[in-house]
Design a protein around this ligand. Structure first.
Ligand code: PAF
Length: 275
């Protein structure tokens, strides 16, 4: 495995590769990321994992500074799985101030986008840059960031990028909590409570499968149940899987998404529902 920090070294290393499978990450790798790398291993002959905490996707009051940076440990975890780890400095990714961004459709300002202004613009812009640098045939993203995945799929389609995007199932702890680098911010009590987010989504899914179709009432009920337990709820939403639009009656492929804070830690999760 080769650890590369610069664009010129990356170009030289990848010049003759024909089947690159790419896993973009912000590092602090957990089992979910490792699963993405395993999937990549099965699909490409050269596996590239990027590790880059992208300042463009963090708001001024968010956790960019304290986001855990653990490059050495991450490289150990990727031994035998990745061929190349690309870990550029901010100055390498943005040698000049980035003044051109990917302009996104209105869905980027809904759900998480409503609470993280400019977040998806920053994500799409860095992912497009990474795609241009790595030029993969395949790229793998976790479904935990469902809205991110949907936006990246749209970007790839609308910009005619010759990249197959694969969505990987969310990796979960034994109690159901979706794995996330931010879980380590939780206190012991918060970690115990955190499981309630996936349980709440599972209840909504149960109701939908049982035939309930009053989406707004289901969303409100789930949000209220979380709030009653002390969560600061941003949203619970039932959307269409395909484009995250508001589902019309009779829609069979749905996804229930939520974002809520426990103390200072913001958690997101989602569950797909096929009726
Ligand atoms: O999901 C992430 O870790 C990040 O949003 C990504 C896709 C690596 C872009 O910075």
């Amino acid at each position: 495995m080769q650890l590369i920090h610069t664009v010129s070294e990356l170009h030289a290393r990848l010049a003759n590769e024909k089947a690159i499978a790419f896993v973009p990450t912000m590092g602090n790798l957990h089992e979910g990321h490792i699963e993405l790398a395993r999937m990549a291993r099965k699909r490409g002959t050269c596996i590239v994992v990027s590790i880059f905490v992208n300042p463009l996707q963090f708001g001024p009051n968010e956790d960019f500074d304290k986001y855990p940076r653990t490059l050495e440990a991450d490289c150990v975890k990727l031994q035998g799985l990745a061929d190349v780890v690309f870990a550029p400095a901010v100055s390498e990714m943005y040698p000049a101030k980035q003044t051109i961004y990917v302009e996104l459709p209105p869905i980027a300002n809904e759900l998480c986008g409503e609470f993280r202004s400019g977040h998806f613009r920053g994500v799409a812009t860095v992912v497009l840059k990474l795609f241009n640098l790595v030029q993969p045939q395949i790229a793998i993203f976790g479904k935990k960031d469902y809205q991110q995945l949907a936006i990246i799929r749209q970007m790839v389609t609308q910009f005619n990028l010759p990249i197959e995007i694969i969505g990987a199932e969310t990796s979960r702890a034994a109690d159901g909590l979706a794995l996330s680098s931010r879980n380590q911010y939780l206190s012991a009590d918060e970690r115990t409570e955190a499981v309630y987010l996936s349980q709440t989504l599972a209840k909504v899914r149960e109701s939908l499968v049982g035939g309930a179709n009053g989406y707004a009432a289901l969303e409100a009920e789930a949000g209220a149940a979380l709030a009653k337990r002390g969560w600061q709820v941003e949203y619970v939403a039932i959307r269409r899987q395909s484009d995250l639009g508001i589902p019309v009656e009779g829609e069979r492929k749905l996804v229930v998404l939520a974002a809520a804070c426990l103390g200072k830690t913001r958690l997101i999760d989602n569950l797909e529902v096929c009726l």
